[in-house]
Write a protein that binds this ligand. Structure first.
Ligand code: PMP
Length: 432
C-alpha cells in the first residue's frame, strides 16, 4: 500500500484505467478553491481551464457547497422517473423564466446526454430522420452525438457506421475562410451551401433539426457571423426544421450572458445546457419551446439520475450568483479586459499569434507559423510551459493550434494579469 502511494495519481491511474483516460495534463490535484487548484506536489495553480468550462463560479464556491450540503441532508436521490422534488422543479421554473417563459425543461446528466435527448426530441416531434451539423462541431461522445461531431476524425475512428442521415454544413470560420471576404462581411458561399445541401444531399422536408454551437468550442472557439446565425434561423423557419443550439460549453455565463444565443438575436427551438450549469455536479438540461416539449409524451425518453436533487440545488445556487450575484456582468467586464490584454500580446508577437477571438470569458488565441499555417507545436509548448509556471490552460481546434482561456466568471483583473504575464514569458522564451 505504502509503495503504491509513492506513485503519482497519474501513474496509479494508468495501472487501473485504459489509455483513453489520458488527457490534457498528467497533474494530480488535491484541492480546489476559487480560481485555483492545488497539485498533489503542493503547487498552487491558476486554473484557466475550469474543468473545461464547468466550474464557471470557480472551484468549491461556498454558496454552491452550502446549497449542496443542505440538499444532501434532506434528499440525495429521489429519481425523476419516480417522484418530484423541490430543487428540481424550482430549477426548471427558473430556467423557463430565464429563457423567455415559453419553454419547458428536461434534465439529464451530461452534455452528450442532453444532446441525445435533443436529437431524439427533434426526430420524435418532426417524424423526420435528417440532422444537419457543422464542420468543426463537438456534441459529445455517445454514438449519436459522435455522429454529429466533426472537430476531429479521432473522435469517429473505428466507430464509423454511425447515425444515418447526418450531413455537415460549413461553419463560418472567417479567419481561415477560403472564400473572398468583402467589407468584412461573411462570404455568400456560407449561405449558398445550405441550399446546396438541400439540392444535392437531403430534401429539407426530411430534415428534423440543425444542431449548432452558437460559439464553436472544441473546434476552436470560433464566433460565427451574426447574419449567418440569423440565416440559419430563417432556413429552419422556411422548412419547418428545428434549430438546436448546443450551449453545453458556451452557456451558463461563459460568454458574459446566460446563453450565447443572446449575442446573436436568435432563439433556438431547443437548447442544451450542461457543464457550468451546476458548477461541477453532473447535470444537463434540454430546454425547448413549450409547444415542442408538450409533444414529448411520458415514456418516450428518460433516465435514472437526471435532475439529481443535489445537482439541482447546486444549479439553483449557480443561477443566484450569475444573475443576482453579478457574475454575468463580471464575466462580460473581465472578458473585455482579458481580450484587450490578448490583443496587446498579439501586437507583441504578431508572427505567432494569428488571431485573438471570443465572447466574454470564452477566449482564445490561434497560433500560427509566419505563413499563417497552424502551429500545433507552439500551442503545446505554451501550455506545457504555462503549467510549469503555475497556469493551467487547454488547447482546442481541428488543427490543435488554439490556446483557449476558460477563466471562471469570478476572475479578477489581478488573476488575468498573472495569466497574461505567464503567457508573455512563455511566448518570449519560445520565440527568442
Ligand atoms: N457539446 C459541447 C459544445 C461540448 O463542448 C461538450 C464537451 N466538451 C459536449 C457537448 C459534451 O459534454 P459532456 O462531456 O458533458 O458529455
Amino acid at each position: 500500500m505504502e509503495d503504491c502511494n509513492m506513485e503519482s495519481l497519474y501513474e496509479r491511474c494508468m495501472k487501473v484505467m485504459p489509455p483513453v483516460v489520458k488527457r490534457a495534463t498528467t497533474m494530480g490535484v488535491t484541492k480546489g478553491e476559487g480560481c485555483y487548484l492545488w497539485s498533489e506536489d503542493g503547487r498552487k495553480i491558476l486554473d484557466f481551464a475550469s474543468g473545461v468550462a464547468v466550474c464557471n463560479l470557480g472551484h468549491n464556491h461556498p454558496k454552491v457547497v452550502d446549497a449542496a450540503e443542505k440538499q444532501m441532508k434532506e434528499l440525495i436521490h429521489g429519481g425523476h422517473n419516480v417522484v418530484y422534488y423541490e430543487s428540481y422543479v424550482r430549477l426548471a421554473e427558473r430556467l423557463v423564466e430565464l429563457t423567455g417563459g415559453d419553454t419547458m425543461v428536461y434534465f439529464s446528466n451530461s452534455g452528450a446526454e442532453a444532446n441525445e435527448g435533443a436529437i431524439k426530441l427533434a426526430k420524435y416531434v418532426t417524424k423526420r430522420p435528417g440532422i444537419i451539423a457543422f464542420r468543426g462541431s463537438f456534441h459529445g461522445r455517445t454514438l449519436a452525438t459522435t455522429s454529429l461531431t466533426s472537430s476531429s476524425s479521432a473522435y469517429r475512428k473505428n466507430y464509423e457506421g454511425l447515425l444515418p442521415s447526418v450531413y455537415f454544413a460549413e461553419y463560418p470560420y472567417l479567419y481561415r475562410t477560403p472564400y473572398e471576404m468583402k467589407d468584412g462581411k461573411c462570404p455568400k458561399e456560407y449561405f449558398e451551401q445550405f441550399e446546396n445541401i438541400f439540392h444535392t444531399l437531403i430534401d429539407p422536408s426530411m430534415v428534423a433539426a440543425i444542431m449548432m454551437e452558437p460559439v464553436q468550442g472544441e473546434g476552436g472557439y470560433i464566433v460565427p457571423d451574426k447574419e449567418f446565425v440569423q440565416y440559419v434561423r430563417e432556413i429552419c423557419d422556411k422548412y419547418g426544421i428545428l434549430l438546436i443550439f448546443d450551449e453545453v460549453q458556451s452557456g451558463m455565463g461563459r460568454t458574459g450572458k446566460l446563453f450565447a444565443y443572446e449575442h446573436f438575436g436568435v432563439k433556438p427551438d431547443i437548447l442544451t445546457s450542461a457543464k457550468g450549469i451546476a458548477n461541477g455536479f453532473p447535470l444537463s438540461a434540454v430546454i425547448g419551446k413549450k409547444e415542442i416539449m408538450e409533444q414529448w409524451p411520458a415514456g418516450a425518453h428518460g433516465g435514472t439520475f437526471g435532475g439529481n436533487p443535489v445537482a439541482c440545488a447546486a444549479a439553483n445556487a449557480v443561477l443566484d450568483e450569475l444573475t443576482d450575484g453579478g457574475m454575468l456582468d463580471n464575466a462580460a467586464k473581465m472578458g473585455d479586459y482579458f481580450k484587450e490584454k490578448l490583443f496587446a500580446l498579439q501586437k507583441k508577437y504578431p508572427s505567432v499569434i494569428g488571431d485573438v477571438r471570443g465572447l466574454g470569458l470564452m477566449l482564445a488565441m490561434e497560433m500560427v507559423h509566419p505563413d499563417k499555417t497552424p502551429d500545433a507545436d507552439i500551442t503545446t509548448a505554451i501550455r506545457t510551459k504555462a503549467l510549469e509556471k503555475g497556469l493551467l490552460l487547454l488547447g482546442c481546434g481541428t488543427n490543435h493550434n488554439i490556446v483557449r482561456f476558460i477563466a471562471p466568471t469570478i476572475v479578477t483583473e489581478k488573476e488575468i494579469d498573472i495569466a497574461i504575464n505567464i503567457i508573455d514569458e512563455c511566448l518570449k522564451e519560445l520565440t527568442e
